[in-house]
Structures are given as structure tokens and as C-alpha cells.
Ligand binder design. Structure first.
Ligand code: B1M
Length: 631
């Protein structure tokens, strides 16, 4: 009988049915099933099944999130009973995504698996201030801190948390686990963490064992232990060089400017930027392949403006684009201000930190409150078009450089507006409501694209159609909740104005068939991560043969590399650019093509990064490109 209920609890979690999980949790208590057993061998087992399906590519993120909701629904009923019965003391874990980083889907999965593993989890959310981790760990005498970072730009903040724990003598009072896509074992050990793991399931399994090694709580949180801890780490901390925070973007911009003023553009080239880029898109003869690492907001350093002004005002935006293209000699500029222009107009607040990419916060709670805004003066959409128009005119006239406008696609607008987790789950539980909301977002972005074209505000327009990542969503769901809207309503506007459809995706493992072949996309900016190849990340050698007939691919030097402005970092960008260039040209040739490729980074260069790496990529293509192209 007990075994039946445990199986049913597991099934309720696998099915993501929170009502049933709740009902079964009550039933388990009535029938005298041990609440601890019901959690571990019922709810948590169900979660482990779904997690395993996800790792094998048989389930997607919405499924995981729903299963997690059902698990928590059951746990809310069973956990208090467990405490009443004085079961084993629960370990306390503090979890969050580190400051500057709003990615929270992976962190939520880690939290779920830790809860399933028996931890009481205190979730600080995403973009968590460094000190908040320490304060909370102290308040709750935590056994574990679990920090996630999805971006190379923010992962360094995890080290700062560990340094404060060391300074305060409490580092050894708990286990510290760090993780997220860019975090390696070497990095984790280097910053003084205990461990890192590639996924939520392994992370939870490790943590459950690791906390058993800790001394009893009273001993490790005692004053004596803390004082000893302060002494132990004093020496290590003293060795770390205290460097004043330098504005690496500004410093490198000044260096490049000085160099330019003294020697000017290094070489005179045969083609103008605009001719080269347009020719490459249609596979015509070029002097060399075009190059544009996706440097957008980071170019503001040449104009000495802050991020908010770059993203929201026409003059600083134009000056940043113009000076960046002039000093770096870029073959195009993509007018990406942030990923929240459209969601801001629907009513969501935007946060503009100076060195990190802006993020949307203050999400709307109620789908019924979503109303299609009027695209008029004063809206972010309208101002973006006007700023783009000003930048386009200046870039075309003074540098012969093409300006590519940029805005978010329908589903990205909605997830920025309502929060990603929420929308991904609602797709399964109330699909019609989500579809209605996506329709409203589509209405607005269609208006916005029309305004771009009517105002002649760009040479071409690029759309961020983000959610086609094949780990997050199945092809079917992507089609239903984004693709179909794009195909039926958005792309016809491009056709009406005789404009190429251009996509920047922000993700690496994409449903390319839909986004390239079905959409008839002309230029596709993609990222490639070798370690995700088995999950569907594809490179030039995969993509050119498949899509070179209809689409110009734009990639793929790892964007993460552009953050390292040291001599070794700059050299790495140079080497990888050279390798890519040398390899892409023969692949083009093998496929009957001559120039249909743009040398780029797979993602936007973070706004706080150095500009010397951007310059390095451009210079390598300029230096080696013509010779290689002739061959
Ligand atoms: Co962004 N993004 N994003 N993004 N985004 C990435 C992470 C990126 C890799 C895309 C790319 O390169 N093309 C890139 C980072 C590159 C870098 O490192 N420099 C990137 C960027 C650059 C950006 C922006 C800067 C883009 C821009 O505005 N120009 C911006 C940053 C905003 C900010 O944070 N300040 C941005 C914004 C966004 C959205 C808001 C649009 C959205 C996030 C929505 C949300 O989370 N609420 C988003 C998304 C969805 C992604 C991708 C497509 C998917 C991330 C995800 O949720 N994956 C991502 C590309 C990619 O990863 N392919 C990308 C699914 C999730 C289940 O996996 O989070 O990896 P993951 O978690 C895994 C493991 O990592 C592990 O377990 C989980 C699964 O079991 N794990 C741990 C996680 N934490 C762990 C902790 C552990 C152990 C394991 O121990 C403590």
C-alpha cells in the first residue's frame, strides 16, 4: 500500500500535476506513510526521473519546471510533519544566481534537486548582491551556499563571495558549490569553492554527501572556530593583489583612439564596408570576408557615455556607433541597445547597470493586463527607431558602413515582460492564455519593424528570436509559441518591404531547420560551443553545407574569449580568428560558394569588456583575408 502511494507521488511529479501531488501527500499522511519516505522515495524520485529524461533530451525545461512545482506542492504538506516527528535535521542551503546575472532557469533546477535531496533551500533569486549570500548564510547558519553564474562576465563575483566568507572566518562553516555553463572545475578550485558540477542532478548528489562531512553545527559556527578561520585565511587573502577597479573598456578605447590618431586606418582596402557586406550576403565576389564581432554597447567607451544614455538616447547611441566603427574599421554595426526595448513599452521596468547588460525587472503578473502599446513618441520602440535612423545616416554617409537595426521577437518580448520561468510553465498549463499574450507581442513588434522600414532607419533589420534553443524547448513548442507568429505575421512585413530577414539568436543549440529554412532567413548570427556539440551546437562546417544555399552564416569565435584583454587573451582571439578564416573559406568553396559568411563572435561582446580583443579579430581578417580570398 505504502509502495503504491510512493509510486503515485512519483508519477504526479513526472506528470507535473501539483493538485494530485498535494492530494497524495495528504493521503500518505492519513495512511501513516513516513513523511520523509514520501518525500525521498515518492516526490524526489519523480523529480529524478524527469531530470534524467531532460539530460537524455527526452524532456524540456517547461516539463522540468512543472515537475518541480508538483514536487514543492507535495513537500509543503509533508515537510512540516517531518519536523513535527523530529526527523533528521534538515541541512540548510542558500542559493542564488550571482550579481549582474539574471539567468535563473538553471539555478531553479539546482534548487529543486537540492530540495528533493532533503535540503531546506533559501532562494535569494537572481542578480543577488555579493554581500547578501554572506549575510543570509550567517543568519541561517547555513550548511551550503550554491551559486550559479551563466556568464563569464559575472562569474568573477562568485570569488568575491568566497573572499568575504574567508575574511569573516566562516568559509569552513559550510560547503560552497558553484556552477553554471561557463564554470569549470579548474575555475571552481581556483576561487576556493569546494566543488562544481555540470548539472543539477550531480550537484545535488554531491551536496547531500558533502554536508555529512561537516562538523556539528554548534562547533563550526562557534566564535572560536570563526576566529581560527579568520587567521587561517588572512595569509591567503593578503597574497591576493588588491587592484583598483580599472575601466578596461575606457582604457582600451583610449589606446585604440591614440593609435588611430597617430597612424590612421592601417590599410586602404579595395571595397567599402557596405559593398563588401552586401556582396557577401549574396555570395558575390569580395576582396575579403566581412568582419564584425558583435560589439554594440561596448562601443560607448569611445564616446565616453554611460550605458543608459547609449541605450535610450539618439545622440550618444549614434556617437558610440560612429566612433566604434571609425576606430575599429568595422564592416557593419548592429544597433542592439538591450533586450528590453519592447517589453519596456508593455510596462516592465528596466535596470541599467553600467558594466553589465541591462535586464528587465518588475515583471507584469497578470496576462489580462497586457495591452498592445501605441507606438508613439516617448516609447522606447519609437526612440530606438529614431536613434537608429540617426546612426544609419551618419554611418552610411561618413564611413560607408551599413547599419543593422535590432529588436526583440515575440516570445522574447513576452518572457522579458512576465519572467521566463513563468511563461515556460504557463505554456503547458494555460497555453491559450500564453498564445493570446504572444499575439499581442507580435502585434507590437510588427508595428515596430514597419516603423523601422517606413522611416528608412536601417539598412537591414535583425530580430532576436531567442527561445529556439533545443534544450529549453521542443521544435513543436517553439513553432507553436513563437515560430508560427514569426512566420505568419512578422516575416510578411519583411517581404512587403523587400527586406532580408536576419536573426540573432543568443543561443547555440538552435532549431535551425525552423529558424533558417522554414523562415527563409538571409543572415543568421549564431554561437557555437564545442562542449555542447552533442546537445546540438553546430559550427560553420555543419551549417554552411546545410544552409549555405539560402543563408549567410555569421559566427563563431567564442564570445567568452573577448573578455580577456591580457596579451594571451588577445593572442587567443587572433589565433581563433585565423583558424576560423582559414577553415571557412575552403568549406564555402566545397559548397560552391565564394563569400557567404561573416566573421563574428557568437554573441554580443559584454558592455564591460576590453576593446583590444575586438580590434584583434578585425585586424586579423583585414590582414589575412585578401590573400586567403584570392587563393
Ligand atoms: Co542569455 N546568455 N543573456 N539570456 N542566455 C547565455 C547564457 C549565453 C551563453 C548565450 C550566448 O553566448 N549566445 C550568453 C553568455 C555568454 C557569456 O558567457 N559571456 C548570454 C548573454 C550574453 C546574455 C545577455 C548579455 C544578452 C544581451 O543582452 N546582449 C543578457 C544578460 C542579461 C543579464 O544577465 N544581465 C542575456 C539575457 C538572457 C535572457 C533574459 C533573454 C534569457 C534568460 C531568462 C531567464 O533565465 N530568466 C537568456 C537565456 C535563456 C540564455 C540561454 C539561451 C539559455 C540559458 C538557459 O536557461 N539554459 C543561454 C545560451 C545557452 O546556454 N545555450 C544564454 C537552460 C538551463 C537549464 O541551463 O542555465 O546552463 P543552465 O543550467 C544548467 C547547468 O549550467 C547547471 O545545471 C543546469 C541544468 O541542470 N547549473 C549548475 C546551473 N547552475 C548551477 C550551479 C551548480 C551546479 C550546476 O552548483 C552551484
Amino acid at each position: 500500500m505504502a509502495a503504491d502511494i510512493l509510486n503515485q507521488l512519483a508519477e504526479a511529479v513526472v506528470d507535473g500535476d501539483d493538485d494530485l501531488a498535494e492530494e497524495l501527500a495528504y493521503k500518505a499522511l492519513e495512511e501513516g506513510v513516513d513523511p520523509y519516505d514520501a518525500i525521498v522515495n515518492g516526490l524526489a524520485r519523480g523529480m529524478a526521473i524527469v531530470s534524467d529524461q531532460y539530460e537524455k533530451g527526452e524532456a524540456f525545461v517547461p516539463h522540468l519546471l512543472l515537475a518541480s512545482g508538483a514536487m514543492y506542492a507535495g513537500m509543503d504538506i509533508l515537510s512540516p510533519e517531518m519536523a513535527k516527528e523530529g526527523e533528521a535535521m534538515q541541512a540548510v542551503g542558500v542559493i542564488g544566481t550571482i550579481e549582474g546575472d539574471v539567468h535563473d532557469i538553471g539555478k531553479n533546477l539546482v534548487k529543486t534537486m537540492l530540495s528533493a535531496g532533503g535540503f531546506e533551500m533559501i532562494d535569494l533569486g537572481a542578480d543577488v548582491p555579493i554581500e547578501k549570500f554572506v549575510e543570509t548564510a550567517k543568519e541561517r547558519k547555513a550548511d551550503l551556499i550554491s551559486m550559479s553564474a551563466l556568464m563569464t562576465t559575472t562569474m568573477t563575483n562568485m570569488e568575491k563571495v568566497i573572499e568575504i566568507l574567508q575574511e569573516e572566518g566562516i568559509r569552513d562553516s559550510m560547503k560552497v558549490m558553484v556552477g553554471g555553463a561557463p564554470v569549470s572545475e579548474e575555475y571552481a578550485t581556483g576561487i576556493g569553492a569546494d566543488s562544481t558540477h555540470p548539472d543539477a542532478m550531480h550537484a545535488s548528489a554531491w551536496a547531500s554527501e558533502a554536508v555529512k562531512e561537516l562538523e556539528p553545527k554548534a562547533a563550526r559556527w562557534s566564535e572560536e572556530k570563526i576566529n581560527l578561520g579568520k587567521i587561517k585565511y588572512r595569509e591567503i587573502l593578503a597574497k591576493k593583489t588588491v587592484s583598483d577597479k580599472v575601466d578596461i573598456g575606457l582604457e582600451t578605447a583610449n589606446k585604440i583612439k591614440e593609435e588611430f590618431e597617430s597612424i590612421g586606418v592601417k590599410s586602404k582596402e579595395e571595397m567599402t564596408h557596405i559593398d563588401r557586406t552586401v556582396s557577401a550576403m549574396s555570395d558575390k565576389k569580395v576582396d575579403r570576408l566581412p568582419v564584425y564581432p558583435l560589439a554594440c554597447g561596448v562601443l560607448r567607451k569611445f564616446a565616453g557615455v554611460n550605458y543608459r544614455d547609449y541605450a535610450t538616447k539618439a545622440e550618444p547611441f549614434t556617437q558610440s556607433a560612429f566612433l566604434g566603427c571609425k576606430y575599429l574599421d568595422l564592416d557593419m554595426f548592429v544597433g542592439l541597445a538591450d533586450l528590453s526595448a519592447t517589453s519596456a513599452d508593455f510596462g516592465c521596468k528596466i535596470k541599467y547597470p553600467e558594466d553589465d547588460t541591462p535586464s528587465s525587472e518588475g515583471h507584469i503578473k497578470d496576462y489580462e493586463k497586457i495591452e498592445v502599446p501605441e507606438l508613439k513618441e516617448g516609447t522606447r520602440g519609437y526612440e530606438l527607431v529614431m536613434a537608429s535612423k540617426m546612426a544609419k545616416e551618419k554611418l552610411n554617409k561618413e564611413l560607408n558602413t551599413p547599419f543593422v537595426g535590432f529588436h526583440e521577437g515575440p516570445l522574447l518580448t513576452l518572457t522579458q515582460l512576465m519572467g521566463a520561468d513563468r511563461v515556460l510553465m504557463d505554456m503547458k498549463t494555460q497555453p491559450d492564455v500564453v498564445l493570446e499574450a504572444v499575439q499581442k507581442c507580435t502585434d507590437y513588434i510588427c508595428q515596430l519593424s514597419e516603423l523601422f522600414f517606413n522611416e528608412d532607419a536601417c539598412d537591414a533589420l535583425c530580430i532576436d528570436n531567442l527561445w529556439s534553443n533545443n534544450v529549453i524547448m521542443s521544435e513543436q513548442d517553439y513553432w507553436k509559441f513563437d515560430g508560427k507568429f514569426v512566420y505568419d505575421q512578422h516575416i510578411p512585413i519583411f517581404k512587403k518591404y523587400n527586406q532580408p530577414y536576419i536573426i540573432h539568436n543568443c543561443a547555440d543549440a538552435v532549431h535551425f531547420e525552423t529558424q533558417i529554412r522554414k523562415f527563409g532567413t538571409s543572415l543568421y548570427s549564431y554561437a557555437y560551443y564545442e562542449k555542447s556539440k552533442d546537445k546540438g551546437s553546430q559550427n560553420y562546417a555543419d551549417l554552411i553545407p546545410k544552409y549555405g544555399d539560402i543563408c549567410c552564416m555569421m559566427g563563431e569565435v567564442n564570445p567568452v574569449e573577448f573578455m580577456d584583454g591580457s596579451a594571451a587573451g588577445v593572442q587567443k582571439v587572433k589565433d581563433d580568428t585565423k583558424t576560423l578564416l582559414e577553415n571557412v573559406i575552403p568549406v564555402l568553396k566545397e559548397n560552391g560558394l565564394q563569400s557567404k559568411y561573416v566573421m563574428s563572435s557568437g554573441c554580443e561582446i559584454p558592455p564591460g569588456g576590453p576593446l583590444t580583443t575586438v580590434q584583434a579579430m578585425v585586424n586579423v581578417v583585414k590582414e589575412l583575408g585578401p590573400e586567403l580570398q584570392k587563393k
